[in-house]
Design a protein around this ligand. Sequence first.
Ligand SMILES: Nc1ncnc2c1ncn2[C@@H]1O[C@H](COP(=O)(O)OP(=O)(O)O)[C@@H](O)[C@H]1O
Ligand SMILES: [Mg+2]
Length: 396
Amino acid sequence: MRYRLEILVVGRSREQLDTIEALVRQQGDVNVTTRHISNGHTDPLHDVHPLPDALVLVLSENWQAELSALTERSAAERPPLLLVGDKGNMDLMRLAMRAGARDLFTPPIAEEELEQFLQQLTRDKHAESSQRTAHLTAVINAKGGSGASLIAANLAHVLAATTERRTALLDMDVQFGALPLYFNLTPRNGLVRALELVETLDAVALEGYIQSHASGLDLLASAPEDMVSVADVPESRVELLLQVMNQAYDDVVVDLPRWIGGSTAAVLEHADRILVVLEQSLAHLRDAKRLMAILRQEIQIAGPRITIVVNRYDKRNSISLGDLRDALPNQDIVTLPNDFQRATQSINVGTPLLEMARKAPLTRELMTLAAALREESPGGRKRSRGWSLFGLGRRA
Ligand SMILES: Nc1ncnc2c1ncn2[C@@H]1O[C@H](COP(=O)(O)OP(=O)(O)O)[C@@H](O)[C@H]1O
Ligand SMILES: [Mg+2]
């Protein structure tokens, strides 16, 4: 699961805040918030909840009061601190050390200095989280009925059935989710209950909410009586659930409903790989472009984390792969063949494709996709080579 650093930049000089914000943003996968103090509290963290992963404090002529406010906080209430101020001032240096500052930079700040600071933060963050870190795949359709649920279910099943890796499938479609049917399972204590009690949940307690399939796949889905919508699920609870799943599994596949808001955005933000599923039609293409814009601009997902899956691909379709590539430039595109009969039968009898039709082209392509996911996960073989080298022949 990915972790995006949250950095808070605080100070009295708007200009400096803007410069530092821009500099931090350049470092890529980081969320930056700035807080301009004009008067009032000297404590730069006054009313800041939750605490960021790091505080960058631009000291003003009021530096003594600003640093004293930080020293008064306990270590637990003080995130890693980076100061921007005058290195030549020995009194300031002393107080900075007492406030637990990791570093003190004097403007202009060099990019490399900041990069080192952020890299260390990321390393600490990883060390902090458990040793087991799940690889998180989120599947979302560009238009209803594209096949996102079928793909999520069968990818998760292939991962569970063909590897030793502990795999979970999370059905985030709280209202209309149908994944239990794919595996002939009946949910009891479902996802909604797990989310309600998420504060008390750990990897062991989580088992009470899961249905296990004979393949080894663990399914977490809503029970039929859970009549809530994803919009009602608070983002913070989804975050906590993901943390528990992160510790309990090697692979987590999430079937997302086509609604982007707090709870689904949380999944997307943490996803190592996002599969956007569409079919070959102008309507799908239009919605896919819209979805990509939301993912890229509003949730700030980097392009390489997204893979477009053209489901029910037919090379005779008037919308060609070339058209898709033009419409969605610089995006990884893979295809899955159409197999209406097997897809329907698999769901009707509740038997995943791998068990029902191992040799069918659709199953094989899903296995290829699963293999690519496995390869990019921490336990995979060639992690850094990444996605795009995989399955060259099949890639669009
Ligand atoms: N590759 C495929 N070939 C044929 N039918 C498919 C394929 N993928 C999905 N389907 C069918 O399309 C329908 C919608 O799929 P579903 O996974 O529910 O879509 P979504 O979750 O995107 O709304 C289902 O009836 C499913 O069986
Ligand atoms: Mg679905």
